[in-house]
Design a protein around this ligand. Sequence first.
Ligand code: ATP
Ligand code: MG
Length: 601
Amino acid sequence: MNIKRNDARSGAQPGQHPAAPAGAPPGGGPGAPTNASAESAVASNFIRNIIDDDNRSGKWGQRVETRFPPEPNGYLHIGHAKSICVNFGIARDYGGVCHLRFDDTNPEKEDVEYVNSIIDAVRWLGFDWQKDGREHLYFASDYYDKLYAFAELLIQRGKAYVDSQSAEQMRATRGTLIEPGTPSPYRDRTPEENLALFRRMKAGEFAEGAHVLRAKIDMASPNINMRDPVIYRIRFAHHYRTGDAWCVYPMYDYTHCICDALENITHSLCTLEFEDHRPLYDWFLAELADAGVFTRPLPQQIEFSRLNLTYVITSKRKLLQLVEGKHVDGWDDPRMPTIVGLRRRGFTPESIRLMCERTGLTKVNSWIDFGLLEAALREDLDERAPRAIAVLDPLKLIVDNYPQDSEEICSAPVHPHHPERGTRTFPFSRELWIEREDFNENPPKGYFRLFPGNRVRLRYGFVVECTGVDKDDHGNIVAVHCHYFTDSKSGTEGSNHYKVKGNIHWVSAAHAYRAEVRLYDRLFKEPQPDAGGRDFLEALNPDAKRVVTAYLEPGAQQFLPEDRAQFERHGYFVADRVDSVPGQPVFNRIVSLRDSWGKSA
Ligand code: ATP
Ligand code: MG
């Protein structure tokens, strides 16, 4: 199957325009693929076109080496999943390899806890960083010696200098978009002076902020990033890997391109906000190539647009705010758009990859409807998930003409489209649980479920006729009564002769498996909760988590943590991987069967 993709060279296409309303996913229109196998279809896009051109010209031989470079300062989110799928997916499709590289040059914020969670997340999404038996797992901090040596080399070649202005002064002299910057009074220090100062910075002789090392490029450049950017600063901070060995730390722009070159990355794929940094990326590598450190061709940075998903926020800083403010129950809260949260919620790696694949690659920022991820999940699980019955809002149904201490077995397919997967069985008895909303004493027009005098089929069981209700002193309905028809059992001869319009689910009260069910919904009420710098906390959906006690068919006892099922008529659920223990099961609703969001359901 071939999916039409947006090609940056041909510009935005309908549905992918920045101004397109949320809910208009690219390729989501008529004719959009509806089969999970679409995931494996190699879609063309502008990055693949560049790689194909390189392979034709033999620029890299036929080598394709990419990297995914997270900073271990938080848990990965769905936006990172996009980058993972792009980088690892392209490497896989071209027979190359994608490196997992921790971009860990900010000692204050980084931690091994985040490293481990990132490794788990990438693996869980289905990718690895091995090729020919070799692991391609790297840490920018492993290159500190080299990065430092290259900085000395730049100083010696007159391409970097120690600036002793304050941060404030540097900001004031940087210029604006329309005015050039003003050169620092320290800009013309000799290489000898600079080298001596830089070595003393490294030796810990100066306080934080006393000096920085800057690249000597062009204070009048129209690109502010090129106005002598800082490449090293002094920080007396403990680094989670290098400890106290360093008190000077390299900046991102300097580090990133050098790591790419050291690792022989061919295509360095990143998000659009780095477009203005590309000249700097190229400048550092060209200078070091001129100095004989690297050979050409040099890695090529290529930018693509970020994934923005409606109803979620994709900023580690803001997600941290949700965790620290206790608006959610931690990084892996099933409402969180973190990979650990999505996993705990029950999303499959396949559904996430499918969504990433379908949203394609472009050069224009746009919003993708969260419904696209939910649709991918439904598509994936519709095929795979076994069916089960769960009553989430129980109301007692008493079958008055069924013998008191009797029971009989009913059966249903494990999967309606896959008879080969067998059947499941559960007992029918005198007292059942049904869904409270499946009974209505005063039914509105068109209500076909239970009401006094009406008949319905108890799914996989018998046809019953409602005979009355029991109420408590406050007039609340506590039980519904009915009669069953002995010759109406599903699957038996003649059962079809009962024509009823309603078909409701049930479980036998005496045999039901009691479970806590967490009904999750979207974390935010609004599609773009943090748009325009507004306070996203105000858009929090207070009903995003509801906990109920449910009754499940007895076979549900077999579900292990992370097993998923379709609870018939309700949606897809997963046994919670953290809180579910034998005898005290907890299930999370992943998504309902149909997208009813925003419609009055
Ligand atoms: P955040 O702003 O949430 O902290 P980040 O970009 O600073 O994200 P990094 O750890 O630096 O986090 O990200 C690693 C990689 O993931 C980068 O290459 C970055 O471009 C990419 N990435 C982050 N967010 C998205 C997104 N929403 N869509 C696509 N790629 C993303
Ligand atoms: Mg970052």
